[in-house]
Ligand binder design. Structure first.
Ligand code: GLN
Ligand code: MG
Ligand code: MG
Ligand code: MG
Length: 474
């Protein structure tokens, strides 16, 4: 939508307010709202000022003046406000009028521009499958405070979860028992359908929704692929609508990767492919999973850089509680056309040449989508540029059940990092693929690592409830 169209829309729809948003380092949206009467063509040229010093991970107090520069293309009507409000995502500029180097959207744009300069293709497409839980507020409280910290076996976790369900209406979902059962087992059809309705109204093309594998309340809604920055914008819209529909129903939605110990966590698998002038470049009939050499090299880049990449795609201490064996979350740095414990899967069911893509299953929704998609593209492009052969480097393909391999074979397989700190170590040792073409800067990465190290430290110095079970009676 052009600026002109936005201004017309404000008139046509009697929009009362325009809500300007930007995204911080951690991937959270922030907003400042102007009465529509204060918004004109100039607003899109001069921007909207805000104080960058109050935003975690941005500027110091000595240089706090920042400007939101609205991107008219992103405008949509807020489905939740009592007063009709138009939401517009913005880029961040410094007072000197240049793009702010820590603005995640600026990095996403730079990654897209870099792709053009490589000659590899004209567009990279992304489609995230962002899973989440819908909890009752009550259940959320009890999850935070309850004995689930102490539960060690799946059976015990199952019992704990059943108890927390409240009145006995039966048809409970057990641990890992939630994959696509109909109502009354699935009690959240209407909430998800309402989310989908509002997503569609807000301009997203939604493909499907379902109850996910974990016990009551895990959900997934899939929307259509798009280019890098657009998909990150779409994911911000998706999270906003999911959170707020849950709130309308008196529930709470969380994208936290592992809210329940002993049950499946929530991932954000990301499907990716490259096209040239509308032609798919990842497909070649007859190859492994009908993948082209370019797709294999892209996979090589992703897997080779995975330990560093994961500091950006799985950037929370909680992320690593999901990346453990037994819960369909990937642990092994291998690729495969079926295996769900592989970090890279190649979907083969119902796939056309245009739909041919790779699926990186490691990421979760604590990732900042602008940074995560940009970093994955950079890793994949590095693989293409350096012709990284994933098979020669021992990344597979592995189509057997990895748990059934011999110890000797298993030794060959590399794993994802075990903690956020390990991933940050890997990023400090391997970041040049990100700074190629100036997409990420070394200064940005240093600041990002410091920001995340502080988070890991804050968690590690706190006394954990489980420590009472282990040590209190010493
Ligand atoms: N929830 C699983 C994960 O953590 C994925 C389950 C699925 O989509 N098959 O990635
Ligand atoms: Mg899915
Ligand atoms: Mg899923
Ligand atoms: Mg998937």
């Amino acid at each position: 939508m052009s600026v002109q169209k936005v201004l017309e829309l404000i008139k046509e729809k009697n929009i009362e307010f325009v809500d300007f948003r930007f995204v911080d380092l951690a991937g959270r949206a922030h907003h400042i709202t102007l009465p529509a009467s204060e918004v004109d063509a100039e607003t899109f040229v001069n921007g909207v000022a805000f104080d960058g010093s109050s935003i975690a991970g941005f500027r110091g107090i000595e240089e706090s003046d920042m400007v939101m520069m609205p991107d008219a293309e992103t405008a949509y009507v807020d489905p939740f406000t009592a007063h009709s409000t138009l939401i517009v995502m913005s880029n961040i500029h410094t007072p000197d009028g240049v793009r702010y180097e820590r603005d995640p959207r600026s990095i996403a744009h730079k990654a897209e521009e870099y792709l053009q300069t490589t000659g590899v293709g004209t567009a990279a497409f992304f489609a995230p499958e962002s899973e989440f839980f819908i909890f009752d507020d009550v259940r959320y409280e009890s999850t935070m405070n309850s004995s689930s910290f102490f539960v060690d076996s799946e059976e015990a976790a199952w019992n704990t979860n059943r108890k927390e369900e409240g009145g006995n209406l039966a048809f409970k979902v057990g641990v890992k028992g939630g994959y696509v059962p109909v109502a009354p087992v699935d009690s959240q059809q209407d909430i998800r359908s309402e989310m989908v309705r509002l997503l569609q109204e807000s301009g997203l093309r939604v493909e499907r929704h379902h109850h996910e594998v974990a016990t009551a309340g895990q959900a997934e809604i899939n929307f259509r692929f798009d280019t890098l920055t657009k998909t990150a914008d779409n994911l911000m819209k998706y999270k906003y609508i999911v959170h707020n529909v849950a709130r309308q129903y008196g529930k709470v939605a969380t994208f936290m990767p592992k809210p329940l110990f002993g049950d499946n966590g929530s991932g954000m698998h990301v499907h990716q492919s490259i096209f040239n002038e509308g032609e798919p470049l990842f497909y070649e009939k007859g190859g492994y999973a009908n993948l082209s050499q370019m797709a294999l090299n892209y996979i090589g880049g992703i897997l080779y850089h995975a330990p560093a990449l994961i500091a950006i795609t799985n950037p929370s201490t909680n992320s690593f509680k999901r990346l453990v064996p037994g819960y369909e979350a990937p642990v092994n740095l291998v690729f495969s056309k079926g295996n769900r414990s592989a970090a890279v899967r190649i979907p083969v069911a119902a796939v056309t040449p245009k739909g041919c893509r790779i699926e990186f299953r490691t990421p979760d929704s604590t990732a900042n989508p602008y940074l995560a998609f940009a970093a994955m593209l950079m890793a994949g492009l590095d693989g293409i540029k350096r012709k990284i052969d994933p098979t020669a480097l021992g990344y597979g393909p592995y189509d057997k059940n990895i748990y059934e391999l011999s110890d000797e074979e298993k030794k060959e397989i590399r794993s994802v990092p075990g903690t956020l700190d390990e991933a940050l170590d890997a990023l400090e040792a391997d970041y040049e693929f990100l700074t190629e073409g100036g997409v990420f800067t070394k200064e940005f990465i240093d600041n990002y690592v410091a920001f995340k190290r502080a988070e890991a430290k804050a968690v590690s110095i706190r006394v954990h409830p489980y420590e009472y079970g282990l040590y209190f009676d010493c």
